[in-house]
Design a protein around this ligand. Structure first.
Ligand code: C2O
Ligand code: CU
Length: 481
């Protein structure tokens, strides 16, 4: 590996030039923010919207001017296109694996039958195509997709396999929604480069796996972007392997948070920083003044109070506002998201103890069903973290954070979510609402979304079954399934 001094000289040397395909900013400082292209789709005779996604290992990315970085991508060199569908629509996917090894594609945040989920039980062999389909039956949200092969997720995501899945709701609130203009996705990832090469050394080792010193946003190194509207909505996705960001602006301006993982808040929540751990999404609406420049950044928690994954500072994107800006619509006072709820009396409580890389003292076992849940159940999941920081993601549900160490979450995290940060030694209680899709054999996953931990086995499996049949369900998945 290059020494740090040589490494940073290399980085500053290449920032003086343009990236291939990028424009030059003021003084050639940085690269034009890439905006992931919308995925193309066709409509089948039955009305289903059809997408084709191909996992590729032959990406050649131009993060640094004049240099090629070998990456993986979905329908492209790095990351994937933006899949977009409306509530009520049927979607039909063709996911083709052109990688040299088996993988999957998981729809993170999607409410759907377990066989369509793209978890470790829906492996796609090299050369094969997987064709899940389902009807979108959930509120508007910013979802995403990424591979989920047992013990290999960290490397597949790190190399570049991830993309956004936007769910639209025609009955949703009036918010900035012109894609790439006043509605801009920001996929935040940390990387380590060895020259122009993506260094993969730490991905499968260490306490947290890889923690990068270099940020890519939408696969752009040192991005800048010019905005043309007074109010701009940013859809933030933390697609990093382990890093936690506290995102805001260098000038400390406040902004409105309108949505979290599973869609709209009840009403906008103002904030000057939002904390976002791997897998989480936050949608914010930011006001710009004509002609100004402001940097979106991440400011870490103070050292000694935090873990390594929370404490570093990064610049994310430098925004410049045009001299004249599109006037803004007023933000609606109510966003249509659900009001806060209290647990129904007698709600079942399940307890999960997180240690270094185990849940309830056990590693993930592909053939073991850990939990059996009745369809439509509303339960309290109590997560007790006995060690350093983790997070917790549950497939196919929307949950609310009831409390963290007995305290309610900040307003911007009070809406429906599917992934939650669990600070070190913290106890978090979630109110979890399970979906309607029953399958006594095919499990959904719950796991730490720090990908090194997930790969090490910090994951469990649950099935959702007809209410009243919980006791009849085999706890071992039949061989060959
Ligand atoms: Cu984003 Cu089980 O994963
Ligand atoms: Cu973890």
């Amino acid at each position: 590996l290059l020494s740090l001094a040589v490494f940073s000289t290399f980085l500053s040397a290449c920032s003086d030039e343009d990236a291939p395909g990028g424009g030059s900013g003021a003084g050639g400082d940085g690269n034009r923010l890439r905006i992931p292209a919308p995925a193309t789709s066709t409509i089948d005779p039955d009305g289903a919207r059809r997408f084709a996604l191909t996992l590729r290992a032959d990406g050649r990315s131009g993060f640094f001017p004049g240099k090629v970085t070998e990456t993986w991508g979905i329908n492209g060199d790095y990351l994937g296109p933006v899949v977009r569908a409306k509530r009520g629509e049927k979607v039909r996917m063709a996911v083709t694996n052109r990688l040299p090894e088996a993988s999957t594609l998981h729809w993170h945040g999607m409410r759907l039958p377990a066989r369509m989920d793209g978890g470790p039980h829906q492996m796609i062999e090299p050369g094969a195509t997987w064709t899940p389909e389902w009807t979108i039956d959930q509120p508007a949200a910013t979802g995403w997709f990424h591979p989920h092969p047992h013990e290999k997720t960290a490397m597949h995501v790190y190399r570049g396999l991830a993309g956004l899945f936007l769910i639209d709701d025609p009955d949703g609130p009036e918010l900035p929604d012109e894609y790439g203009v006043d509605d801009i996705p920001l996929i935040v990832q940390d990387k380590v480069f060895d020259g122009a090469d993506l260094a993969t050394g730490g991905v499968d080792s260490g306490t947290f796996g890889l923690l990068g010193d270099t940020i890519l946003v939408n696969g752009t190194y040192r991005p800048f972007h010019q905005v043309g509207a007074e109010l701009v909505r940013f859809r933030l996705l933390n697609a990093s392997n382990a890093r936690v960001y506290r995102i805001g602006f260098a000038d400390g301006r406040r902004f409105d948070v309108v949505a979290g993982d599973q869609g709209m808040l009840e009403r906008p929540a103002t904030a000057d920083r939002v904390k976002i751990s791997p897998g989480e999404r936050v949608e914010i609406v930011v006001r710009f003044a004509p002609g100004e420049t402001v940097v979106m950044n991440s400011v870490g928690e103070p050292r000694k109070q935090a873990n390594d994954i929370e404490e570093d500072d990064f610049d994310l994107v430098r925004f410049t506002a045009a001299a004249t800006l599109e006037p803004a619509v007023k933000l609606p006072a109510a966003l249509g998201g659900p009001a806060g709820e209290t647990p129904p009396p007698g709600a079942r409580v399940r307890r999960f103890e997180l240690s270094g890389s185990e849940i309830n003292g056990r590693d993930m076992e592909m053939s073991r069903i850990d939990e059996v849940v009745a369809a439509g159940a509303v339960e309290i999941w109590e997560i007790d973290n006995t060690t350093y920081a983790h997070n917790f993601h549950i497939h196919e549900v929307a949950f609310r954070i009831l409390d963290v160490n007995g305290q309610p979450p900040p307003a911007y995290q009070a809406g429906p979510k599917d992934t939650v940060f669990i600070p070190k030694k913290a106890k978090v209680r979630l109110l979890v609402r399970f979906g309607p899709y029953t399958d006594p054999v095919t499990p959904y996953m719950y796991h730490c979304h720090l990908l090194r931990h997930e790969d090490k086995g910090m994951m469990g499996q649950f099935v959702v079954v007809e209410p009243g049949t919980e006791q009849l369900v085999p706890r071992t998945i039949p061989a060959g399934h």
